[in-house]
Write a protein that binds this ligand. Structure first.
Ligand code: GTQ
Ligand code: FE2
Length: 346
């Protein structure tokens, strides 16, 4: 019912309100919609001209130690006050200056990092440091200890993606600081990738947790795989050449709540329109192009970030060969049998 209620009905609503009761029939069509109606908006953050200068300015205002994490939140303008990029996902850009440490902690929320600028900083996860290079994808699964450090002479910046809004929805947030600022290194860098990331695993290994035992997915490997696909076959009309990151122990997503993807769009490629129920955060790695989302045209270049809301029809056009990283809540929707997609040819 969309019309203003009649006087007698309004009087009834006023009568039941104090008893914490409300008439479903006034809300039903907003609650059970025929199709998704996300309040999230298509939005772009220009890295070179807007985000980077402001992030560097924040570097002069607060240290990583003081801030605990020096992050500018990418807040969707359709979700003001929610500190989130989509309804279910937080995104932010984190800056760590030379010599800084972001102290060790752990929390219920799962996090991913996608390195945007600068190389040689590290994220330590459960005693192993991942040395970060642009385009690397790194995970810190739920309740794993993690700290960051930058022992180089230049700033390092990465995209953080967390399932914080989902954890908040469940009222299931826990967090704990570590005793020491930096974790003691207990395994050499590259150890988990060698053990679990060479299409092999230790002979008697049994997965102990739901998340991937590989926590660093280097760009060089992902990029090479995409280049090979592009040489060997035709692109998908909607996706170009698109791969998803996996947990090698299960074939599923690296962490249960967040799916992550990387796509290569050949120069001149224009994708067929597409929509899916997982609102998605994109980070441009290489190339230039535009993504048309409904009536909104988002033109992008390396390091720009943008959001495609749930069920928003969109298509990508690459003016030069492009690589797009993205993440979404798709694995959650899939296990709940909620995920849907629509290929809108023509
Ligand atoms: O780097 O550990 O953007 O705990 C938000 C929460 C980053 C982190 C964020 C976090 C972190
Ligand atoms: Fe954290």
């Amino acid at each position: 019912m969309n019309d203003a209620p009649t006087a007698d009905r309004q009087a009834f609503y006023d009568q039941i309100g104090p008893h914490h009761l409300a008439p479903l029939w006034e809300h039903l069509h907003r609650l059970v919609t025929r199709t998704p109606t996300s309040p999230a908006l298509p939005v772009k953050w220009d890295y070179d001209n807007v985000v980077r200068p402001l992030l560097m300015q924040s570097g002069g205002l607060i240290t990583a130690r003081e801030a605990e994490r020096r992050v500018l939140i990418l807040e969707n303008p359709g979700l003001k006050g929610n500190t989130s990029a989509t309804h279910s996902l937080f995104a932010g850009l984190q800056l760590i200056m030379p010599g800084e440490v972001a102290p060790a902690h752990r929390h219920a929320a799962s996090a991913l990092r996608f390195v945007v600028e600068g190389s040689g900083a590290y994220t330590a996860v459960e005693g192993e440091r991942a040395i970060m290079e642009p385009g690397d994808f790194i995970i810190t699964p739920s309740w794993t200890w993690h700290d960051h450090g930058n022992e180089t002479d230049h700033p390092v910046i990465w995209l953080d993606g967390l399932d914080v809004p989902m954890v908040r929805m469940f009222d299931a947030s826990f967090a704990e600081p570590a005793n020491a600022e930096s974790q003691t290194v207990t395994r050499p860098s590259g150890d988990s990738l060698a053990r679990y990331g060479a299409n092999m695993v230790p002979v008697d290994w049994k997965p102990e947790r739901i998340s991937s035992p590989v926590f660093s997915y280097p760009y060089a490997r992902s990029r090479q795989a995409l280049a090979t696909l592009a040489r060997n076959g035709d692109p998908d009309p909607c996706h170009g050449y698109k791969l998803r990151y996996i947990n090698p122990g299960s074939g599923g997503s690296p962490m249960p709540t967040i799916g992550a993807f990387m796509a290569l769009l050949p120069a001149g490629f224009a994708s067929a329109p597409y929509r899916s129920t997982d609102g998605t955060v994109y980070s441009v790695v290489e190339g230039q192009g535009e993504t048309v989302i409904g009536d909104t045209v988002i033109s992008w270049k390396p390091r720009d970030l943008f959001v495609v809301p749930s069920w928003a029809a969109h298509r990508h056009k690459a003016s030069s060969e492009a690589v797009l990283f993205s993440f979404s809540d798709r694995p959650v929707q899939e296990v709940l049998s909620l995920w849907r997609e629509d290929r809108l040819h023509g």
